[in-house]
Design a protein around this ligand. Structure first.
Ligand SMILES: Cc1ncc(C[n+]2csc(CCOP(=O)(O)OP(=O)(O)O)c2C)c(N)n1
Ligand SMILES: [Mg+2]
Length: 803
């Protein structure tokens, strides 16, 4: 039998033998972790488990082809790959199962993500980039099937940028663009639009991406016939295959239990992608799920006996073992010894992880029991508190939650009692909650100096005789400065390149900065955001353009599942400084007038959402964000590109502050808060109100997420005692959010003499045309009458009923 390595590496037989045994060791190590891990869930120590059993062999081949500087964007089956690269130990895996919140012990997410989600660290402690060319990189996994695909596109495209762009500092990110982005996905998840959109975009862009499809014929209980046309993903994708004449994909198909074929395929794929920047699909077939999909159920429920037997026979580890013995690489005895040793090793790792997990809880448990005891002895409710204490004593392995519940319930029995013992319990509880909360809530945003809200304001400067120009000229000329100042800045989207966007805010910039930096894309919002995500993860400064705000929903899944929570789910170990540029608010018709700000602010915590009233403010936001390293969306006002604005002299430099409101008209009778296009309507209404003697103060929110970090709005309410929030979102949308911020968070309720109110658009989408706009969105008359009615209510003599 031929057991030659069949790889382009010329290695000796002895070396090959060593490689095989070392790979077998990892395969067994990983499998043993899967088997023991599932038991931890079944015995109640862990809440949920999803493992990589049945997919070990191809991952070993992928690990061998993976080089420093490369990136993985995969899914929950990849534990063997991570172990093979030395990025995951058995103990790490068990800590993840138990949800240990110590990042030193559970390095993947400090207990935030369920097991099976992997990450490497891109950042130093101070938030600066590590040298990513010197390490193997894994972008942070998400649970959503195929959600890893859009990001994979950007990770691969970054290599293309680094290979082809001049004057760019790539030192920490790339060596000549030689890095490959490796994607993994389950067979069933290839039905997702995100997968197909990514495949097409990668074929068009010709980027160094290798996508492995782990095909075990199932997606949980659903078999192949429901997933792929012709029941075969390779056949389904055949049209993407490159030919002598046309660029496309290299397509490889290989059986998941065939060690030498896998090694060969992966080495081949790596060379093709790395050298030629051609994307590759490796369809790995005949894989299995020895324990079924996850700890949530058993596969005996939905697989036939015949299939279950086939899976047993064709288990990749079993066949690898048989092959090792058949070829005489080593003896049965040696393999058995190795397996026993590994079993012992994993059992020990599991035990250690569990006792380390408990060790963080036990001192607190002991202290709490003691405090409950002393507090009980002094209390009239001794029996009740003693019962709580005894329950905690009986619970030898309590969760943090169990301790918090015990302490907080005990304190209820101590209300009204005044002694040192109660005070000690209060202190313990306060400290316990204060220490615990950040473990679950920190790092949603950057907590360091580059936080977007920390970037200082730089005001626009104007020459004495300032030129008035269309708003889009200010944007365009500001972008020109940004692309000059930041060689790693890029912008791409539909119609963004050749014509310089549909409103010509980038006019002429492609001819100046080239087709790579100012680029057109296909119509595919999800992967436009994916390009931006992946490139931002690799040190570039992408501006991803979504042509109209109404179409952002196509990309909302990637924004909410991947971008917005990236810093949070990695415990601040990765960052994604992506700027999303879009245009929205009122213009014409159902899909070019939307202002779904509530939907965005509620689904994108972790990003900044900025809604500038004009193009100067917008340009200032871009300048601010380029100095920060956090993701944001800027919504330019669709009807503002042709309005005249004074052109600042310090283009590319002035910075609009983030999280700061601006009073655009001062007044004494009522505070009107608005943003974006609606602000102009509110300003007009305020002028007309002045004519009837009502002096309104108008505040531009500008930043919706976060809103008014300095609590300036409440100072206005304190003065006017009346509050109306106006926007063109649906009723109860962003206006309700702003109202809540002012009335509850800023404490505005205490200054109000009238009911605080909102004025929004109708609940439906905006109808077409000028009349559609008038009857769908708040207009000047609506604002005027609403304010007038509020003033009439308190002073009907001076302001008699209007209608
Ligand atoms: C968007 C989304 N839909 C549904 C799920 C629930 N889900 C988790 S795994 C899975 C099946 C995936 O099967 P496959 O892609 O073949 O991967 P395998 O688990 O078989 O390796 C489903 C439906 C999910 N996580 N995300
Ligand atoms: Mg599957």
């Amino acid at each position: 039998m031929d057991i030659s390595p069949k790889t382009s590496n010329d290695i000796s037989f002895d070396d090959f033998k060593t490689q095989i045994l070392s790979d077998y060791k990892i395969a067994v190590l990983s499998r043993t972790c899967s088997l023991m891990g599932r038991k931890e869930v079944l015995t109640g120590k862990a809440k949920f488990g999803i493992f990589g059993d049945g997919k070990e062999l191809p991952q070993l081949a992928m690990a061998r082809a993976f080089k420093d500087g490369d990136w993985r964007s995969g899914y929950y089956r990849d534990q063997t790959f991570m172990m093979a690269l030395g990025l995951l130990t058995p103990k790490d895996l068990f800590h993840a199962l138990y949800a240990t919140t110590d990042i030193e012990k559970e390095p993947m997410s400090a207990g935030r993500q369920m097991g099976g989600h992997y990450v490497t660290y891109s950042l130093n402690e101070d938030g600066s980039w590590k040298d990513l060319t010197k390490q193997k990189n894994s972008s942070a996994d998400i649970s959503c099937t195929a959600g890893q695909m859009p990001r994979l596109l950007g990770l691969a495209q970054a290599s293309k940028m680094y290979r082809n762009l001049k004057n760019i500092d790539a030192s920490k990110f790339s060596k000549n663009g030689d890095e490959v982005a490796w994607g993994t996905i389950g067979n069933a998840s290839t039905s997702e639009g995100m997968f197909l959109e990514t495949i097409n975009a990668a074929g068009v862009l010709q980027v160094p991406m290798v996508i492995s499809i782990w095909d075990d014929d199932y997606g949980i209980s659903v078999p192949a016939e429901y997933h792929a046309t012709k029941e075969d993903i390779s056949e389904m994708l055949a049209g993407f295959k490159r030919t002598d004449e046309k660029a496309g994909f290299e397509m490889l198909k290989v059986k998941g239990w065939d060690y030498t074929a896998l090694m060969h395929a992966y080495e081949n794929a790596s060379d093709i992608a790395r050298e030629e920047h051609v994307p590759v699909v490796i369809h790995v077939t005949e894989l299995t799920q020895p324990q079924g999909h996850s700890s949530s159920g058993s596969h005996e429920r939905y697989k036939s006996e015949e299939r279950l037997n086939w899976e047993k026979e064709n288990d990749c580890n079993k066949r690898f073992r048989e092959w090792i013995l058949e070829t005489g690489i080593t003896s049965e005895e040696e393999l058995s010894t190795l397996e026993k040793n590994i079993s012992r090793q994993v059992r020990l790792a599991k035990k250690e992880a569990w006792s380390e997990y408990l060790a963080t809880h036990q001192p607190q448990r002991k202290k709490l029991i003691q405090l409950l005891d002393t507090a009980a002895n002094k209390s009239q409710n001794k029996n009740f508190i003693t019962k709580i204490k005894n329950d905690l004593i009986a619970n030898e392995e309590p969760l943090k939650k169990d301790m918090a519940v015990a302490a907080r319930k005990a304190l209820r029995y101590l209300i009204g009692e005044n002694n040192n013992e109660r005070e000690a319990l209060v202190q313990w509880t306060n400290n316990f909650l204060k220490d615990s909360q950040p473990k679950y809530s920190a790092d949603l945003y950057n907590e360091g100096t580059m936080r977007a809200t920390n970037i200082p304001i730089v005001k626009p400067l104007y020459a004495e005789k300032t030129e008035e120009v269309d708003g889009r000229i200010i944007l365009r000329d500001n972008f020109e400065k940004l692309f000059e100042n930041y060689p790693n800045a890029l912008v791409f989207g539909e119609d963004t390149g050749a014509i310089g966007d549909v409103n010509q805010g980038l006019e002429g910039l492609q001819s100046k900065f080239g087709k790579l930096r100012i680029a057109d894309t296909g119509i595919r919002e999800t992967t436009i955001i994916g390009q931006g995500t992946g490139m931002a993860l690799r040190g570039l400064r992408p501006i991803a353009e979504i042509q109209y705000l109404d179409y952002i929903f196509y990309a909302l899944a990637t924004l909410t599942d991947d971008v917005a929570c990236l810093r949070y789910r990695t415990f601040g170990k990765q960052k994604v400084p992506l700027i999303v540029r879009t245009r929205g608010h009122r213009l014409e018709g159902i899909w070019h007038s939307g202002s779904p700000m509530g939907a965005l602010i509620h689904s994108l915590r972790g990003m900044y959402i900025l809604s500038p009233r004009n193009m100067t403010q917008a340009a200032g936001f871009y300048n601010t964000l380029m100095k920060s390293d956090e993701p944001a969306i800027i919504i330019e006002s669709l009807n503002g590109y042709r309005l005249k604005e004074r052109k600042p002299e310090n283009l590319g430099e002035f910075c609009t502050p983030i999280g700061v409101v601006e009073t655009v008209k001062s007044g004494t009778d009522i505070t009107l808060v608005s943003y974006g296009s609606t602000l102009r309507i509110v300003e007009q209404a305020a002028q007309e109100l002045k004519e009837v003697g009502i002096d309104a103060e108008v505040i531009d929110a500008q930043t919706l997420l976060p809103f008014d970090i300095h609590h300036d709005t409440v100072k206005s309410v304190e003065k006017t005692n009346r509050l109306l929030v106006i926007d063109e979102d649906v009723p109860g949308g962003c206006s309700a959010y702003i109202l809540n911020e002012i009335v509850e968070k800023q404490g505005g309720y205490q200054y109000l003499d009238s009911q605080p109110q909102t004025l929004s658009a109708q609940a439906h989408r905006p109808a077409y045309g000028s009349d559609g706009d008038y009857f769908s969105k708040p207009n000047v008359e609506d604002v005027f009458e609403k304010v007038y009615a509020m003033i009439h209510e308190t002073d009907p003599d001076s302001y008699p009923k209007l209608r």
